[in-house]
Design a protein around this ligand. Structure first.
Ligand code: PLA
Length: 457
């Protein structure tokens, strides 16, 4: 460790006491352990300069591992061959290998052929991407797009886009609260905490039915003060895999509209839940069709497998094109000191895939393939558990959930047993990522779940 000098100022009698000069009245030197302590006193203020091997960062405590990404770190450290990483939501092939979509490779080839440069993007990102992403979200002929009522800014994937939205709320809606579902994706709380936006929870998951607590949800949204932001998962709710039905979405929109709340959608799985881009955006489109003002964060991590490219967008749909223009100018102003401008590679991939009809069709087919594999694994896991478990427990909730996760209902001790005994890595809230599971491993996972559920309290 490098030797460092630590200055300690004590007994500051007067706030106006002038800063210390070594030449003043009292000076001295003392030995303390292995270090030399120099001190001097003047005008009632004592200052000590300690030359010790102490880091200036001594006061920074160790952070806990991330509840999701930390699971991957623990997985990598496990040397047992049977290990299975069902922690982070990342799509794997049946061979449990990461998957780069064919359309992504084709789009990258196009980019190489064109010799695209690496100049800075504008603060708001790549124009062709922003156009494509808004159209994918709302549908190209949506009046909000035609009337230029949408402010779209390219963001650092879903997380960075949510963070930008949170910064907008903090700056222009001071004191406003965000309501988030209980439970929700763990990082939502971090994002709003770091942006200094207060949040509280609305009821969402009912452990008794392993389904949606719809009445609780509506009650809590109703009870929130007018003008509250309501964070909603556009599709494939994380971690529960439980989405409202179309009729329930209508009722949620009714309450939000009555209360003058502002919906804030997190759309991290468009096309990945059902296999259809349009179906998975239906919730957002329903709100926009009612003329409501809506915030939407989008991500291309999952549906295009662009996890590491950090590509997504923050959209604000407003009631007028004038306010959309102003909002966009402020989103840019918030982005500039945070990261200046976004990365270009993922934006070009999305723009090329969406803008090239052959690639667009091929993307939809690959998305259906990925969503289909997850559905197959879900079915196989259910079949395996229900044929092995003779206790009569109803496991059909596995089939009712949607998206890449299954919320097993296993508690922390049971989840620990999954990892410690069975080498199945998962988050401690009982969530497993089916995207990291193969058909071949379903029987093994079924044994692990049955053992943990029945033999651990
Ligand atoms: N919103 C939700 C609901 C998510 O589940 C995730 C990712 C994101 C946003 C952000 O993803 P992005 O920044 O990569 O676009 N959730 C993952 C990964 C898949 C993670 O935790 O970062 C998860 O395992 O929950």
């Amino acid at each position: 460790m490098a030797s460092s000098v630590l200055s300690i100022a004590t007994q500051c009698v007067s706030p106006n006491a002038s800063s210390l000069s070594i030449n003043e009245t009292h000076k001295g030197k003392a030995k303390l352990g292995g270090s030399t302590l120099r001190f001097s006193k003047s005008s009632g203020r004592i200052s000590m300069t300690v030359a010790v091997n102490v880091s200036r960062f001594e006061g920074i405590p160790m952070a806990p591992p991330d509840p999701i990404l930390g699971v991957s770190e623990a997985f990598r450290a496990d040397t047992n061959d049977v290990k299975l990483n069902l922690g982070v939501g990342a799509y794997r092939t049946e061979e449990l290998q990461p998957y780069v979509l064919n359309v992504v490779k084709k789009a990258e080839n196009l980019m190489l052929e064109r010799g695209d440069n690496k100049e800075y993007l504008p603060i708001e990102g790549l124009a062709a991407f922003n156009k494509a992403t808004a159209e994918l979200l709302l549908g190209a002929d949506n009046p909000a797009i035609k009337e230029q009522r949408i402010a779209t800014v390219q963001g650092l994937s879903g997380t960075g886009s949510l963070r930008l939205g949170a910064a907008l709320i903090e700056r222009y809606f001071p004191g406003s609260k965000v309501l988030i579902s209980a439970p929700t994706w763990g990082n939502h709380k971090n994002i709003f905490n770091d942006a200094r936006v207060p949040w509280s929870e609305y009821r969402y998951y009912d452990p008794r039915t392993v389904g949606l607590d719809f009445e609780g949800m509506i009650e809590d949204i109703k009870a929130a003060p007018e003008g509250t932001f309501v964070l909603l998962h556009g599709c494939a709710h994380n971690p529960t895999g439980i989405d409202p039905t179309p009729e329930q979405w209508e009722k949620i929109a009714d309450v939000i509209q009555q209360k003058n709340h502002i919906p804030f959608f997190d759309v991290a799985y468009q096309g990945f839940a059902s296999g259809s881009l349009d179906e998975d955006a239906a919730s957002v489109r329903l709100f926009v069709a009612r003329g409501m003002e809506v915030l939407v964060a989008q991500s291309y991590s999952k549906n295009l497998g662009l996890y590491a490219e950090r590509i997504g967008a923050m959209n604000v749909i407003s009631s007028s094109s004038e306010s959309a223009t102003r909002v966009k100018s402020q989103l840019k102003r918030l982005a500039r000191p945070m990261y200046s401008n976004p990365p270009v590679h993922g934006a070009r991939i999305v723009a090329n895939v969406v803008g090239t009809p052959v690639l667009f069709d091929e993307w939809k087919a690959e998305m259906e393939m990925m969503a289909g594999r997850i559905k197959n694994v879900r079915q196989k896991l259910y079949d395996s558990i229900s044929s092995k478990d003779k206790s009569g427990k109803d496991w059909s909730f596995i089939l009712k959930q949607i998206g890449m996760f299954s919320y097993t209902g296993l508690n922390k001790n049971q989840s620990d047993n999954m990892t410690n005994k069975w080498h199945v890595y998962m988050t401690k809230d009982g969530r497993i990522s089916l995207a990291g599971l193969s058909l071949a491993k379903c029987e093994y996972l079924a044994d692990a779940i049955i053992d943990s559920y029945h033999n651990v309290s």
